[in-house]
Design a protein around this ligand. Structure first.
Ligand SMILES: Cc1cc2nc3c(=O)[nH]c(=O)nc-3n(C[C@H](O)[C@H](O)[C@H](O)COP(=O)(O)OP(=O)(O)OC[C@H]3O[C@@H](n4cnc5c(N)ncnc54)[C@H](O)[C@@H]3O)c2cc1C
Length: 458
């Protein structure tokens, strides 16, 4: 429990109006999208580097936990203040500082909503590709801290691929500019890539320089249904062989298709075992050519139905099933354990067969959907968490899934991070020497362990 004197010092730094300690007001800062929760002792809303630096120095001096927070949409408990202390809410640092059309870079503060940056750069013909599904709510700071991915990652990469430079504040209070403002730069260790994906455990991000690209001129959306997953995977392999990299390549399995059909009353083909949603983008000639090749490939690989959107409005219709898949799954159970594993995309069919077998073994439905293009699949174990046997079986499935994924050369998390949710499983993937090195890095940044404690490592 934080002392009144310490809270008073923090209030003196940010101003009384920028510190809340009222339990009711603090409730929304106690949890993230996982719904795991722990009440903080205070929530501070700093508005500049100096304030953050002073709070962190004070925290290091007094052993006070500090938890940086964006919009709280995290899916691994990263922003949950598991040891209490002060939540550092980034809401006031929310300015887009510049969009440089000549050098194709943007500068922004961490509290900017991702969609707002995208809109601002697209207004001048530029493009910031990282597109987590939460983009209308989540912040750039949270995206960098989690290295968020999205639908377009298959062609354009993930958040860390667009971060050139950062301003960070270390847990000991130093304010550091790291990385570059140019397209290239290799001076010293790449701290930018280290911070991206560090889940708020190494430093607080207070500003960023982001790489932009020209906005693709046009896009074309298509959807194809197959009898089984192998046929869909073969189609994806054929696309690669034809050197086509779609901007989006999404997958849904049979259970997902059945749930969306039933819940949304959509006219989706019956007996369909897999759906691919495909989008190509670029210049109009290339897009038309690639769309034709993809339609041919789908036919050649035995698609039972294929539909291409002629315009943006009909493209929206094709997106309906994919957009509604997550909520539709509650038809199969009141709760879900949602994992975001990655496997080599050529082995997607093997993964789905494995899910079928563990589903039968443990008697729980396991619908899967996600990013076929990069093998990042959202595996959902549907269950009633109030039923102890189901819960036990649910976690047995998670462990079996992680074992399988690692054995296939994949990873236990493609975009949601370790946080607290996956901390018990980290050692399944990272060897002990790797974890020890990571802990030494953490210690070098944060000698007193005050920044987002209790995350990543058990
Ligand atoms: C409906 C929904 C859809 C989603 N879709 C996707 C998706 O497609 N792809 C994907 O990758 N994720 C997705 N997510 C997960 C989540 O949106 C992302 O992880 C996002 O990047 C979190 O951003 P946030 O601003 O909400 O961060 P928060 O949840 O507030 O924080 C996340 C982590 O970042 C740290 N952090 C926040 N700001 C800073 C800062 N300034 N400096 C240092 N550390 C900081 C926090 O301490 C925490 O560890 C989804 C979540 C939901 C609810």
């Amino acid at each position: 429990m934080i002392s009144t004197a310490l809270l008073k010092e923090i209030s003196g730094i940010v101003g009384e109006e920028n510190l809340i300690t009222d339990q009711e007001q603090m409730a929304e800062f106690s949890a993230d999208a996982t719904k795991m929760a722990r009440m903080p002792d205070g929530v501070a809303f700093p508005s500049n580097n100096e304030q953050i630096s002073r709070i962190l120095a004070l925290a290091t001096e007094n052993g006070l936990p500090v938890v940086p927070r964006g919009a709280g949409t995290g899916m691994s408990g990263g922003a949950v203040p598991v040891q209490g202390g002060v939540v550092l809410a980034m809401d006031r640092l929310n300015r887009i500082l510049s969009v440089d059309r000549e050098n194709l870079v943007a500068k922004a503060e961490p509290g900017v909503i991702t969609a707002d940056l995208q809109q601002a750069v697209e207004a001048v013909g530029l493009f910031y590709p990282p597109d987590p599904a939460s983009l209308k709510v989540s912040t750039l700071g949270g995206n960098i801290a989690e290295c968020a991915g999205g639908l377009r990652a298959v062609k354009y990469g993930v958040t860390r691929d667009y971060v050139l430079g950062l301003t960070i504040v270390l847990p000991t209070g130093e304010i550091i500019g790291t990385g570059v403002e140019t397209r290239k730069g290799v001076a010293g260790y790449d701290l930018v890539r280290l911070i991206a994906g560090s889940e708020g455990t190494l430093a607080v991000i207070t500003a960023m320089t982001l790489r932009l690209i020209p906005k693709p001129e046009t896009k074309r959306t298509m959807v194809a249904f197959f009898e089984n997953v192998s046929m869909a995977v073969q189609t994806v392999s054929e696309m690669t062989r034809k050197r086509i990299v779609p901007a989006i390549l999404e997958f849904m399995d049979r259970l997902c298709i059945d749930c969306v059909r039933a819940e949304m009353h959509l006219d989706l083909p019956r007996n369909s075992g897999a759906m691919l949603l495909i989008e190509v983008d670029g210049n109009p000639d290339l897009v038309a050519q690639e769309a034709r090749i993809i339609e041919d490939l789908c036919g050649h690989c035995g698609a039972m139905a294929f539909q291409g959107a002629a315009d943006d409005e009909s493209a929206e219709g094709l997106w309906e099933a994919r957009r509604n898949v997550s909520p539709s799954l509650y038809k199969l159970g009141p709760h879900k354990i949602n994992e975001d594993i990655v496997v080599p995309r050529s082995r997607l069919a093997e993964l789905v067969l494995f899910l079928d077998s563990v589903s039968r073994k443990y008697g729980l439905p396991i619908p899967a959907f996600g990013h076929a293009g990069d093998g990042n699949i959202h595996v959902n174990v549907m269950l009633d968490k109030e039923a102890p046997v189901q819960l036990e079986n649910g976690y047995a499935i998670v462990r079996a899934l992680f074992e399988k994924v690692i054995q296939m050369g994949g990873t236990i998390t493609g975009e949601h991070g370790i946080g607290i949710a996956k901390a018990p499983y980290l050692a399944m993937e990272i060897p002990v020497e790797g974890i020890q090195l990571m802990k030494r890095i953490k210690k070098a940044f944060d000698p007193k362990g005050i920044l987002n404690p209790g995350k990543i490592f058990t």
